[in-house]
Design a binder for this molecule. Structure first.
Ligand code: SF4
Length: 219
């Protein structure tokens, strides 16, 4: 038997799930490094950049809403906001919805920086664009399922995703666009479901579970 035919890799390869996790870890490091580098070029920390990007996307938010959306603790948000206010990138005003909370609004310069910060993951989009269409669809479906699992474990904020939204109607028809958004009354395909929708409204816990079960049950 030649050396090549030995089942070396059958005996010495970790399960695929472990190797995917290793790959994601490497991608995560690259994203973190890029975010730091690009934030530094703008004279910001990565969290300050994320805050400006969120405000540029969603409009004025409170510190608690930012904390929920970004999955960052409230004290960290408060520290970053204090610096952003000092740099005149963000202003604070009373929140008409909650008398004791402040609404954070980006200034013109803050909104410009936020719009630039929003494009920081573009290097990743360019790498994903190298995948074939069917690879992208499978990857996206896997990413949605992974995010949902991490949300269940409390490791990712439960916001922005169709599959946790009161307006989402999963698998209501056969065909290429099986889902429906009741807010805009429009059908959507699985690869069109949103991960960071500004109009998202969080469903309660029990309906969220039902939405997910229905999403996983194609018609
Ligand atoms: S409002 Fe946004 S998150 Fe909710 S179902 Fe419609 S597209 Fe999805």
């Amino acid at each position: 038997m030649s050396r090549m035919s030995l089942p070396y890799f059958e005996e010495n390869t970790e399960p695929l799930a472990s190797r995917i996790a290793t790959g994601l870890h490497k991608i995560g490091l690259a994203m973190k490094q890029q975010a730091w580098q690009q934030a530094n070029e703008e004279g910001l920390s990565a969290t300050q950049g994320q805050i400006l990007a969120a405000l540029a996307t969603h409009g004025a938010l409170t510190g608690s809403e930012l904390s929920q959306r970004l999955g960052v603790t409230l004290p960290t948000i408060s520290d970053s906001v204090r610096v952003l206010v000092e740099k005149t990138l963000v202003t604070k005003s009373p929140d008409p919805r909650h008398p004791r909370a402040s609404l954070l609004t980006p200034t013109k310069k803050g909104a410009q920086l936020g719009a630039r910060a929003r494009s920081w993951p573009e290097f990743m989009a360019a790498a994903v664009a190298d995948l074939r269409a069917e690879e992208q669809r499978a990857f996206f479906s896997g990413v949605v399922k992974m995010i949902r699992s991490l949300q269940d474990q409390g490791l990712i904020p439960v916001s922005g995703m169709c599959v946790t939204c009161v307006h989402f109607r999963p698998n209501v028809r056969p065909g290429a666009t099986p889902h429906h958004c009741a807010l805009v009354d429009a059908p959507l395909a699985t690869e069109q479901v949103r991960l960071d929708c500004a109009e998202h409204e969080l469903a309660a816990e029990a309906p969220r579970r039902e939405l997910w079960e229905q999403f996983m049950r194609p018609v």
